[in-house]
Write a protein that binds this ligand. Structure first.
Ligand SMILES: [Zn+2]
Length: 311
């Protein structure tokens, strides 16, 4: 498991703390999905438990490394969504799970080294669970490490955040992201990176699953509607059938590009009849619609209302 290039600095800093014997008892890894937080955590845990590690890098071959990689190391406790009594997966992490975790961390490790618990996504803990975790954070046992992962850390109570060493993953510089995508064999790396708003992990995933074709289609649809060709209803149906939220992300990008072209006094690529102000409003409406898709309202009506405003 190679270190991602934009992880190098965080990695070096964390390993320096480890060498000084100054590792915190709790880490909070946060940042947008697609930047490799989980890979970072896994590598760190593997290095921490590895019996042959070099400067914190896991050897990848010892018993510990193999167990961590297989997800069966007895001193690594992963916590995520549990099942309800009826077998349905919960959408939050609940207090009983945290209590069970704390009880386990209070016992001695099986291999005599560190005990590590990961809570992922930590921002899915409900208030009672977060409160229970606070006690564990306040009275850490020696050689125990809690690793919290979350795409939306602002949902965590401040009391939790302040007790964790925070590692924040940001979008890497475009050149670094591009070089990585190319080394991963992603074709159209620049387009993919642009589509994913500069997020390399997302760009790779999207390039592999055909999102770039979807992006082109969205732009074609919008250009056709602006020219008075095609029916909004047909577009709604196609968008709704296949990754509607992603298509709306691309629609917002297309509107932003249209605005950019206008400010450079060029004709926009979609040849929209709207002025810059109306395009700005529509851009906002696209993002609200994307949020709205997660709510109780009918997606087809939301999309139709949006496309009816497009000129
Ligand atoms: Zn090892």
């Amino acid at each position: 498991m190679n270190l991602l290039p934009w992880h190098a600095e965080h990695w070096a800093r964390l390993q320096a703390r480890r060498q000084r014997d100054a590792l915190p008892h709790a880490l909070l890894l946060c940042g947008a999905a697609g930047l490799g937080k989980r890979a970072f955590a896994q590598r760190f845990v593997q290095g921490l438990l590895c019996s042959e590690s070099t400067d914190g890098d896991p050897c990848g071959r010892c018993r510990s490394c193999l167990l961590v990689a297989a997800g069966t190391h007895p001193d690594v406790i992963p916590l995520s969504f549990g099942l309800r009594k009826d077998g349905v997966m919960r959408s939050e992490i609940v207090v009983d799970q945290i209590r069970e975790l704390s009880a386990r961390l209070a016992m001695r490790s099986q291999f005599g080294g560190w005990q590590v618990a990961t809570i992922d996504p930590a921002d899915a803990m409900n208030p009672a669970a977060a409160n229970a975790l606070l006690k564990t954070l306040e009275e850490p046992a020696t050689q125990t490490m809690l690793i919290l992962l979350g795409d939306a850390p602002w949902r965590l109570p401040q009391t939790i955040r302040s007790r964790c060493q925070r590692i924040e993953f940001h979008l890497p510089a475009a050149a670094e992201a591009l070089a990585w995508l190319q080394s991963e064999g992603v074709r159209d790396a620049a387009t993919a990176l642009d589509a994913a708003g500069g997020n390399p992990g997302l760009a790779r995933a999207w390039a592999q699953e055909g999102a770039l074709d979807r992006r082109l289609e969205v732009r074609k649809d919008l250009a056709a509607l602006a020219a008075g060709r095609g029916q909004p209803l047909d577009v709604v149906k196609r968008w709704l059938d296949n990754e509607p939220a992603q298509r709306l992300w691309f629609a917002a990008q297309a509107a932003a590009d249209e605005i950019k072209a206008r400010s450079a006094e060029r004709g926009g690529p979609l040849a929209s009849a709207m002025d810059v102000e109306a395009l700005g409003h529509w851009y906002g409406a696209v993002n609200r619609t994307r949020e709205g898709l997660r709510g109780p309202l009918r997606g087809d009506l939301l999309l139709l209302e949006l496309l009816a405003q497009w000129r």
